[in-house]
Write a protein that binds this ligand. Sequence first.
Ligand SMILES: [Zn+2]
Ligand SMILES: [Zn+2]
Ligand SMILES: [Zn+2]
Ligand SMILES: [Zn+2]
Ligand SMILES: [Zn+2]
Ligand SMILES: [Zn+2]
Ligand SMILES: [Zn+2]
Ligand SMILES: [Zn+2]
Length: 562
Amino acid sequence: MARDNPIVVYLTEPRHHENSPRYPDMSDSEWEDSLPWGSICDFPRGFTMAGAPSSYEEQLAELRAKFGGVYENDEPHFKLMYSKTLERWRVLRLCPCGLSTCSTHVIPSEMDSVGELGVAFAKEEVMTMQSARSWWEARGQLVVMTPTAVLPAQPWADVCTFPAGRELRGNVVIGQETIELQAHFGDHILQENQGLPLLLQKCPCGTTSCDVHIFPATVKYEHSFPLEVHRFELQAKINGKRRKAKKVMVPVGDNFRLLNPMSFADAKQWWSNSGLHCSPIISSGNIEIQMICKCGNAFAQVPCADCAAKALGKCKCGAIVKKRKLKNGLCHDCVHKQVVECPHCKLKTTRGHRCRARMDNPHFSSRMNTTYPPLLRNKHDKKGICPDCQQIVSYNKYHVHQNRCHSGIKPGGGYSREYKLLKCFYCDYSSYDIFTLTTHQKSHITILEYECRHKCGRRFATHAAELNHCKAKHGGASVSTPSLDSFVRHKGRIVRRPAEQIKLVAQSDAQKKKDLAATRAELAKVQAEIKAVDKAMEERAAFRKAQQEKRMELALKEPFGI
Ligand SMILES: [Zn+2]
Ligand SMILES: [Zn+2]
Ligand SMILES: [Zn+2]
Ligand SMILES: [Zn+2]
Ligand SMILES: [Zn+2]
Ligand SMILES: [Zn+2]
Ligand SMILES: [Zn+2]
Ligand SMILES: [Zn+2]
């Protein structure tokens, strides 16, 4: 329903408001019969009426006639307010949202503005903020709009040259520049320069360069790694599925540049809370940022020489490889070539042999992989046998297994073994496995993103640390995950080994071990006995020999006997 008349609001309480106009004393009024509208009504700016009727109904009818009309959305142009105690009217001009001061609309007649343009602007209809700004710009005047005023402005870009990255955008009210700069930059000076003056911040001692404060805007950085925090945001499982993690990058170095001058101690504090596992060495005008090595000391390059050397091990074949890549002292290549009994074909041959054990319904990959051999598996099976180690591996994680366990195998058999080496973003560390690398990279970041799953309040940098904590402090509740040991090859298929069977296998393994130990002990006993017998016989032989010799000697001494 369209409303042609303004809404009327009745006020029962007189409004005591600082900004309310002072009302003339009614008893002194000279117009008893015909009141001037001006003394019984507050009009919006630019509106007046002459000679008011004395009765309320007539007043209302006149006001309604003058201030009727609605916007396209049926909102009235005006609101009439009547105070019964003061017997006084107030007319408010409204925007299409029904407000007298609005954040999207401008009521030109109600705005404080200056100059000839201001007078012209006041005559305009209600418009949006955006079109009001354009109205002024079209007439060659930059302005800043507040809800109640239009103020002449100039662009910040014409005021001064700001420190890099801290440029103020938009316009500033003419005359307010210093106040605004003070609010954004604190103590500062505008230094004369060719063209625009240069904004220089002052340190707490009030100068623009000193030996006890750091000026982030101009300080020199020394670093061997990017001053950025790179990590993946942890995302909660949604409907049981883990969403792909979102990459987050925090430009720590650039963020520091945006700060106000500060003391060395504050700068050190800031850097140690920056999220990078680093140690800043701060001197006047210079910050050297060193990484914390695994050993706990800070170095320009990590890992430090000692730690790098410690991480290396030697295989029996003489190859120098990373210690964590050695399995029972053997490198990947030696493990691959080791002669073992194959659990599938029962042959005694190299671990990486071409196994003849039959698959039920073998799957042949159409995708050619020239780096490493494909997983042997049955069609539609999620698990298969790794041809390099004969272990049962999940198809989805086969590439991870290859990168982790076989990246050191030498080329051969038609496979290039050119595994892709991935480098740490921060240091000299490298790995063939992306998960290992991501975990390593977390060591350069101090953000503890893994919360204890039992909500005890502890937080950890890595998932592994959280798991260890849960095992140690919460008895390992809700941390067990099935391992690949729980799968077996059964009649040409790979099946989950029931818990009972796993237990039996473990028991039989323990029994076998025990039996073996018993056999060995028996053997040792027998051997000891044999040795003892041998020794006794030897002793006897020696005794006999000695007797014989003695007799011979006697015989020689007394050749003819007694
Ligand atoms: Zn509005
Ligand atoms: Zn200072
Ligand atoms: Zn170290
Ligand atoms: Zn080796
Ligand atoms: Zn085999
Ligand atoms: Zn393998
Ligand atoms: Zn690293
Ligand atoms: Zn906990």
